[in-house]
Design a protein around this ligand. Structure first.
Ligand code: ZN
Ligand code: ZN
Length: 136
């Protein structure tokens, strides 16, 4: 059983066949699929699954905090099952390929106190940009 499925099950989420397929499609390392990509892959396993079901299921997983939304400028939002391990993203400006990366140091800790403006800060998203080997 995959990690995402396991986490959803631990949360007591009712795993219908449709939800299970969406979770299976999303599971793995460096997975950052758009909702349409999730739907296309889900259909190959469960032909009757509708786009609306996929969208709703993704939304529920995000609400549960088990899947993260990754905004990539100018491109469709992507869904990332790696929600429990702090990581940043390296994005190819050519093809949009995304890798999970772990910079040295904690970007939250690196924000100086005089730039916190009284906020309690708990998160940071850093996007590294470049060209992947295929696009160079
Ligand atoms: Zn590329
Ligand atoms: Zn990621």
């Amino acid at each position: 059983m995959s990690d995402l499925l396991e986490r959803l099950r631990e949360r007591g989420w009712r795993l219908t066949a449709q939800r299970r397929v969406v979770a299976e499609v999303l599971d793995g390392d460096h997975v950052h699929l758009t909702a349409d990509e999730v739907h296309a892959r889900a259909v190959s396993r469960l032909p009757e699954i509708s786009r609306a079901t996929v969208y709703n299921t993704l939304g529920e997983m995000v609400t549960l905090g088990e899947v993260m939304e990754v905004a990539t400028d100018g491109r469709a939002k992507r869904y990332d099952p790696n929600a429990h391990h702090a990581h940043q993203h390296l994005i190819c400006s050519g093809c949009g390929a995304i890798r999970d990366v772990h910079p040295l140091g904690d970007p939250v800790a690196e924000l100086p106190a005089d730039q916190r403006f009284g906020f309690t800060v708990w998160g940071a998203e850093v996007t590294y940009r470049g060209l992947c080997p295929n696009c160079q």
